[in-house]
Design a protein around this ligand. Structure first.
Ligand code: FE
Length: 225
């Protein structure tokens, strides 16, 4: 099954799900959501978890933590060479000195795209992902086809994302583990000299930080990342 077929299936599930609105809240929940809700109720009743604390975590991931953090990191690395080398040396420490980005754990590694090498990130085992800088992982990142094919045929996978690289560019695939998370430092688009960090951040897509997209100026966009 291709990644796009997998995407199609997810869209289908989403679509049929939307039809059940008139049946009330509980009937809209999937089996997993129901199980999570039951578990949360039991744990809260027993005093093991605080529902308010859980709500605060969910709220943080919905509002403050997302790809906007990664976008700020990449834009800074494009304009500040000292920050760039610190990021490549020790991404966790570099990100944690920024101030305007949520703190990250000690496991973050930044890998730099160049004309010679394109980096792409996968978790073959499950769905390890740098949540602090990229937010919640997209469904395709967690899908079995992406996890297996990213390693076996990275160029074919990239083509499905609309990314075609020159033959002489090596594709390096990084497999996340429980101890490591990767963020790709995409190449800064040509013709953006003098752009502000904020303008540059807007060119950084989530996919470009996973390696399944490129950072591009709006007028040169060829792929829908
Ligand atoms: Fe994983």
């Amino acid at each position: 099954m291709s990644i796009n077929e997998e995407r199609g299936q997810n869209d289908l599930t989403e679509h049929s799900h939307n039809h059940s609105h008139e049946h009330g809240e509980m009937s809209e929940l999937s089996d997993t959501e129901l199980r999570v809700r039951s578990l949360e109720t039991v744990l809260a009743e027993k005093g093991y978890v605080d529902s308010a604390a859980l709500d605060a975590i969910v709220e943080a991931y919905e509002t403050r933590i997302g790809p906007q953090n990664g976008q700020r990191v990449i834009a800074r690395a494009w304009v500040d060479l000292d920050f760039r080398s610190k990021l490549l040396e020790d991404a966790s420490t570099a990100v944690n000195t920024m101030g305007n980005v949520s703190p990250v754990g000690s496991h973050l590694i930044a890998v730099e795209n160049t004309p010679k090498r394109h980096n792409m990130v996968v978790c073959t085992l499950c769905s390890c992902y740098p949540w602090e800088v990229l937010g919640l992982p997209p469904t395709w990142y967690k899908s079995a086809p992406y996890r297996s094919r990213a390693v076996l045929e990275p160029r074919a996978v990239l083509a499905e994302f609309g990314v075609t690289l020159p033959d002489q560019t090596e594709v390096r695939v990084w497999d996340s583990t429980a101890e490591t998370r990767y963020i790709v430092l995409p190449m800064r688009p040509a013709g953006t000299e003098g752009w502000s960090e904020e303008q540059l951040a807007a060119l950084v897509t989530r996919n470009s930080m996973i390696g399944t997209g490129l950072a591009q100026r709006p007028d040169e966009k060829t792929e829908g990342s």
